[in-house]
Design a protein around this ligand. Structure first.
Ligand SMILES: Nc1ncnc2c1ncn2[C@@H]1O[C@H](COP(=O)(O)OP(=O)(O)O)[C@@H](O)[C@H]1O
Ligand SMILES: [Mg+2]
Length: 363
């Protein structure tokens, strides 16, 4: 099923939880709503489910406006962060319950419960009560209950956040595989950018109820629309250096209080187009910072903290009051307090407008 969110605004009194949001979600697509706590993700989900009514705007299923359609007529499967399992019912009864409400014949209910339980490999848990299950098992039961409805649309609200790190990794892969296998249009809410990046076909990044960018994981990483997305996507986050543009012969430099960076060819034309701006922000991801002996490199920085991560070493660096992060392969030959030279990969640099936060261009 295709889901269209059109110019959706949702207010609670004076709080604008969602502002003028438009998203076109294709049939069978897996879309993540990503943003920090309080940015309006759950509100969007509950509005699509019909539990909230839009203050303004429209929700369409396959082109048809459903604003007035009550939740139980929407054929939606939902999984909440809390799982919302009924403690006095067995797993079987929990999964069957929404189907019973629809007055479905008993045999059909049984067929669906068993089929969904097989799909999620929880057949041996059907006689237990939720209190006798681990967190991971409860999560599976909640997902099973949503899938047994054979929904046209699956809505998942932070379904993995109560699992420990190892289980979360397993469940992430499992949900992604299931979604593709079943082809159910899915909206997945999360505040975890890794979850969104690894699972979704496209991600809608929200901040304070406002859509920042709706794009593929790769596009969000390589072409973030603004500073918010650039900082939110990617771990550790992008480094930002704010300075002013200065001309040195044919070269353009971004100059800060204790540093300067000569802009590579790929950024020069972008910078020239905004020469009237007093300030600019240069963005570079930690994985695109290389360290060298101190006599090399335009920038010199002090090694401040060294964090070995196994596959990489995360190095915190300091240039006066500026802090930078570099992600470099081991072994790391320097120690805290050493002065190193820095190289920024000229093919992966970004320029942002500090006033609006908007991406001006990238190399
Ligand atoms: N039922 C409600 N009544 C009043 N304010 C609400 C209600 N639901 C959400 N809000 C407010 O709307 C904003 C968005 O909330 P929510 O959609 O729950 O964010 P998220 O799921 O991204 O954490 C927050 O400021 C929250 O306090
Ligand atoms: Mg929420």
């Amino acid at each position: 099923m295709r889901v269209s969110i059109e110019r959706l605004t949702k207010r609670f009194g004076k709080v604008v939880a969602v502002q003028d949001l438009s998203l076109e979600i294709m049939d069978g697509e897996f879309v993540a709503l990503l943003g920090p706590s309080g940015c309006g993700k759950t509100t969007v989900l509950l509005t699509v489910a019909g539990i909230y009514r839009p203050t303004h705007g429209w929700i369409r299923f396959d082109g048809k406006v459903v604003n007035d359609l009550p939740p139980r007529e929407r054929n939606i499967g939902m999984v909440f962060q809390s799982y919302a399992l009924y403690p006095h019912m067995t797993v079987y009864e929990n999964i069957a319950f929404p189907l019973t409400l629809r007055r479905m014949p008993r045999a059909e209910i049984h067929r669906r419960v068993v089929a969904a339980a097989q799909l999620l490999q929880i057949e041996e848990l059907l006689d237990r009560r939720p209190g006798q299950l681990s967190g991971g098992q409860q999560q599976r039961v909640a997902l099973c209950r949503a899938l047994a409805k054979e929904p046209d649309l699956l809505l998942l609200d932070e379904p993995l956040s109560n699992l420990d790190a190892r289980l979360r990794l397993l469940a992430r892969a499992e949900i992604k595989r299931l979604q593709k296998e079943l082809g159910i249009t899915t909206i997945f809410v999360t505040h975890d950018q890794v979850e969104a990046m690894t699972m979704a076909d496209r991600i809608a990044v929200l901040n304070q109820g406002v859509l920042q960018q709706f794009d593929t994981p790769e596009a969000l990483y390589t072409r973030p629309a603004n500073l918010f997305v650039a900082e939110f996507i990617g771990s550790p986050p992008m480094n930002f250096l704010e300075g002013s543009l200065t001309v040195h012969g044919s070269a353009l430099r971004l100059t800060g209080p204790e540093w300067h960076v000569t802009l590579p060819e790929g950024l020069k034309s972008w910078a020239e187009a905004v020469r009237d701006r007093d300030r600019l922000i240069l963005g570079v991801r930690p994985e695109h910072v290389r360290l060298a002996p101190s006599e090399e490199g335009e920038l010199r920085a002090e090694v401040y903290v060294i964090e070995p991560l196994g596959r990489d070493v995360l190095v915190n660096l300091r240039i006066g009051s500026l802090r930078l992060r570099a992600l470099v392969p081991p072994p790391f030959p320097w120690k805290v307090g050493d002065i190193v030279g820095l190289h920024f990969d000229p093919a992966h640099l970004y320029l942002f407008d500090p006033h609006t936060g908007v991406l001006i261009g990238r190399s």
